[in-house]
Design a binder for this molecule. Structure first.
Ligand SMILES: CC(C)(COP(=O)(O)OP(=O)(O)OC[C@H]1O[C@@H](n2cnc3c(N)ncnc32)[C@H](O)[C@@H]1OP(=O)(O)O)[C@@H](O)C(=O)NCCC(=O)NCCS
Length: 164
């Protein structure tokens, strides 16, 4: 039987996904605070786990002691799934591991017969926009003033969709 932790198709040696658990949260939060100007809180992550949202962490070496590389969280709504958060440790940006995490999310959600993946992204997050477009996500709309921004301002969200 395939081990749930190593079931990812085409994983590079030494990379593996594990279901996110409470014990991962200190490292998850450290990455979140490192890479986001307006990070999720510990409570946001705890609520997501308590709600049963599919959430995974990526390790870059095959040992429990290896630091986490990144994580992603999803929320299923009927046959659509929302990619709520995908984040990678800053030192690994540009490594292609972001794409690998999206691959894993897509693979898992296809297996659950989801028909599309939706996400919101800041228009100022040019790297993430590039990664999503290159992956095949298309812009389907904007949400006005969706995100908090510096100086008590708000930033729109670009809404993107990928058919699964
Ligand atoms: C978004 C994220 C997951 C992408 O992962 P990654 O491993 O860095 O991405 P990749 O290495 O696969 O791809 C980076 C691509 O962006 C491009 N890029 C980098 N900086 C860019 C910029 N400022 N503007 C446009 N494109 C940019 C690179 O050239 C590369 O393009 P290519 O694949 O066509 O060569 C990661 O950067 C991250 O965790 N960022 C912080 C958290 C975040 O913003 N999450 C998404 C919103 S919730």
């Amino acid at each position: 039987m395939m081990d749930e932790r190593t079931a990812g198709a085409g994983l590079h040696a030494g990379l593996r996904f594990e279901a996110m658990q409470e014990a991962h949260l200190p490292q998850v939060l450290a990455i979140e605070e490192e890479v986001h100007a307006h990070p999720w809180t510990l409570g946001n992550f705890r609520d997501s786990l308590a709600s049963g949202y599919p959430a995974w962490v990526l390790r870059t070496a095959d040992t429990e002691q290896a630091p986490l590389a990144g994580y992603f969280l999803l929320m299923e709504a009927l046959d659509e799934v929302h990619l709520l958060n995908v984040s990678l440790r800053r030192a690994l940006h540009g490594s292609g591991l972001g794409r690998l995490m999206i691959d894993e999310a897509v693979r898992r959600m296809r297996a659950r017969n989801m028909v599309s993946m939706l996400l919101e992204v800041r228009p100022s997050n040019e790297r993430a926009l590039h990664v999503y477009r290159r992956y095949g996500f298309a812009e389907i709309g904007r949400r006005k003033g969706y995100y908090p921004a510096a100086g008590h301002l708000r930033e729109d969200a670009v809404v993107m969709r990928l058919p699964l």
